[in-house]
Design a protein around this ligand. Structure first.
Ligand code: FES
Ligand code: FE
Length: 370
């Protein structure tokens, strides 16, 4: 097993990158408006509806015409009015509330209403401005980049192939506004040095976490391999027991894993268990505020079990999310200190280092180099 640990202690990002409005604007433009950003599951965009979303500060609409999902910037091509002021059912056309220019659900401009078009005005050049849309494992992703970037996760795009993602239903949802920069959230997510101190319950469930590492490959203590989950546990529930029938398509190895993390920077991660799946999405609200939306996805037959309580299943991971949120907020409060310029990373924080490089590369590419 090759150790992923760093052989040096690189500097962390400068403290101002976690609080500075200008730096944040650069990240919205170079990261959040370029990359694929998760905005919900397919069922959040029902047939014949228009739903509003924000990606990297850009207001967009997602239009479901009954066949296809499409996304556009929420701006009218006439004089730039906001086009949809609320989530609405989709009529025959999408009409601007200001002077009634009307667009087809596929974005074509169909009418300029009372405005009389002159010969130099070409309607076909004034359709709605498109936003790229992609559905991956039933999660809807948008990219406001001119050219859509390649869709990537940290472990490939086929990694959930044996989980029936399309047929799962959301049984529980947890939303929180965390008083921290979005990068602080990912940094916390990317290391387990904090696990023994911050997550006693989780560290009890996942023995390797007690050592302050995320996986066997990171260990340097030379001890015997530890089980993925504590003795007798199969999944992330309070008693470690599955909340319904395990997914039938999983391999033996997948069943033994206990959890499979898939990370899609900058906006989402999925944790697939033997019996349910958790989808967590992030949205940066300001340099120091991040909205977190977590959903617990179950097979219908699990939800249909008499007396099934999805919130009881969610309790274990919600506790972990809350512990992490409190740690992130504590981190953010410290980052406000005028005395702190930048930190240092430890070898176990290799994923944070990779994340920093990922962000810096995009800032440089977008001309927002610090
Ligand atoms: Fe939309 Fe005038 S701004 S019709
Ligand atoms: Fe944590």
């Amino acid at each position: 097993m090759t150790s992923p640990l760093l052989d040096h202690s690189p500097a962390s990002l400068p403290a101002r990158s976690y609080r500075d409005a200008g730096w944040h604007e650069g990240e919205l433009a170079a990261v959040w408006r370029q990359e694929w950003v998760a905005v919900g599951r397919r069922t959040d965009f029902p047939e014949r509806t228009i739903r509003r979303r924000t990606i990297g500060g850009a207001e967009v609409i997602v239009v479901n015409d009954g066949k296809v999902l499409r996304a556009f910037h929420n701006v009218c091509r006439h004089r730039g009015s906001e086009l949809c002021t609320a989530d609405t059912p989709l009529g025959r056309l999408i009409s601007c509330p200001y002077h009634a220019w009307a667009y087809a659900p596929d974005g074509r401009l169909m009418s300029t209403a009372f405005g009389t078009a002159t010969p130099d005005f070409d309607r076909t050049e004034h359709g709605l401005l498109p936003v790229h849309l992609k559905i991956w494992n039933d999660v809807v992703f948008l990219s406001a980049a001119e050219e859509a970037p390649e869709f990537q996760t940290d472990v490939g795009t086929r990694t959930l192939a044996n989980w029936p993602m399309e047929s799962l239903r959301t049984g529980h949802r947890h939303e929180a506004i965390i008083q921290c920069n979005w990068k602080v959230f990912w940094e916390n997510y990317s290391e387990c040095l904090h696990c023994p101190g911050i997550h006693p319950g989780l560290s009890d469930m996942i023995p390797v976490y007690k050592l302050g590492v995320m996986a066997e490959a990171e260990r340097s203590d030379g001890g015997a391999a530890l089980p993925a989950l504590k003795e007798g546990a199969m999944t992330w529930t309070e008693d470690g027991q599955p909340c319904g029938p395990p997914f039938p398509g999983l391999t033996e190895a997948e069943r033994a894993e206990g959890h499979r993390f898939v990370t899609i920077w900058p906006s989402a991660y999925v944790v697939a268990h033997v019996d349910y799946v958790r989808l967590v999405r992030l949205e940066p609200l300001s340099p120091t505020e991040t909205r977190l939306t977590a959903e617990w996805l179950f097979p219908e037959e699990t939800l249909a079990q008499p007396g099934f309580d999805a919130s009881a299943v969610a309790r274990f991971a919600t506790q972990v999310l809350n512990e992490d949120a409190a740690a992130c907020e504590m981190n953010q409060r410290g980052l406000a200190s005028p005395a702190f310029a930048a930190g240092r990373l430890m070898p176990q924080e290799y994923e944070i280092h990779a994340f920093h490089q990922w962000v810096l590369k995009r800032l440089a590419r977008g001309g927002h180099a610090p």
